[in-house]
Design a protein around this ligand. Structure first.
Ligand SMILES: [Zn+2]
Ligand SMILES: [Zn+2]
Length: 294
């Protein structure tokens, strides 16, 4: 009988460190059962972040500095490195609270890190340099900033290249980046926040063709789940994304990992009917601790 043994000897992989929208779970002031049930759980739901780990080198790079970063770096320590390690580089997508405010924990009142390398686009860079408390991180060398550019790749770890690409989003303080993360064998796309697929100059179906993993904004499952004007906070609804990708094969749908879920999105709960429905259509939902080999 012929069969192939999966070889998990690859040392570089994406490690999911969180899958919620910026404000996390439990959500401030929320009384729905899912949030109430999670007020006393410390390591179940963190704000969206991923690490790219090289287990041979005992090194990693980090995407996003979330308000949960204290727990997320501890999660890496406990589950991967067995010691507290800072990333070789930290990439940030944009200046909304879930994506960069964790930087404060590198400052004088907290870790007091030394020249931690933060790689951001020019507008984000300028925002950090010209606004406190972020500017103090630079003034006293807790962090150093290296500017990146859309479409220009950065070499990381052993075989990793990271390329920022521009995505349409509410750009009040910074531009918004998505990231192409290319490893030795596989290629991932990380788009935690985007307004709408049709506002982008890229075709999602073609992207699914070109990537092995697509970590995609799934803030809301459908338009019924929040009581605010959804036009003020546009995101591709998961129902819209699934309609757009409906004609694809099961194998293609399997490349999609929904991430960045609002506390109201039932897909956050692995046992919910909606989680089961989305999975039954062939899609994946990003969960804390998942490894995606590159
Ligand atoms: Zn966000
Ligand atoms: Zn809630």
């Amino acid at each position: 009988m012929l069969f192939t043994i999966p070889l998990y000897t690859q040392s570089e992989y994406i490690y999911i460190l969180g899958n919620t929208q910026d404000a996390g779970v439990p959500h401030i002031g929320c009384n729905h059962k899912f949030c109430l049930d999670n007020f006393n759980t410390l390591d179940k739901y963190f704000v969206t972040s991923i690490a790219v780990v090289n287990s041979d080198l005992k090194k990693y790079i980090l995407f996003e500095a979330t308000p949960d970063i204290t727990h997320q770096l501890n999660y890496l320590k406990v589950n991967i490195f067995k010691e507290f390690l800072l990333p070789d580089a930290l990439y940030i997508t944009h200046a909304h609270i879930g994506h960069y405010t964790g930087l404060m924990y590198f400052g004088r009142e907290a870790l007091g890190s030394n020249n931690l390398l933060v790689k951001v686009l020019p507008k984000m860079s300028n925002f950090l340099k010209t606004n406190g408390p972020w500017s103090q991180l630079l003034a006293i060398n807790n962090i150093q900033i290296q500017n990146t550019s859309f479409g220009i790749s950065n070499k990381e770890l052993t075989n990793i290249s990271v390329t920022p690409i521009q995505v349409p989003h509410r750009d009040e303080y910074s531009e918004t980046a998505g990231y192409i993360i290319k490893g030795k064998n596989k290629k991932a796309l990380f788009i935690p926040d985007i307004d709408k697929w049709e506002k982008w100059d890229k075709n999602l179906i073609e992207l699914v063709d070109n990537f092995d993993y697509l970590l995609l904004d799934s803030t809301f499952y459908d338009s019924k789940e929040i009581n605010r004007d959804i036009n003020e906070i546009p995101h591709p609804l998961v129902t819209e994304t699934m309609t757009l990708l409906d004609s694809l094969s099961l194998e293609a749908k399997n490349k999609v990992y929904f991430i960045h879920m609002n506390h109201t999105n039932p897909m956050l709960d692995p046992d919910s009917e909606l989680s089961k429905l989305v999975k039954s259509k062939g899609y994946n939902i990003a969960r804390l601790g998942q490894k995606l080999y590159l």
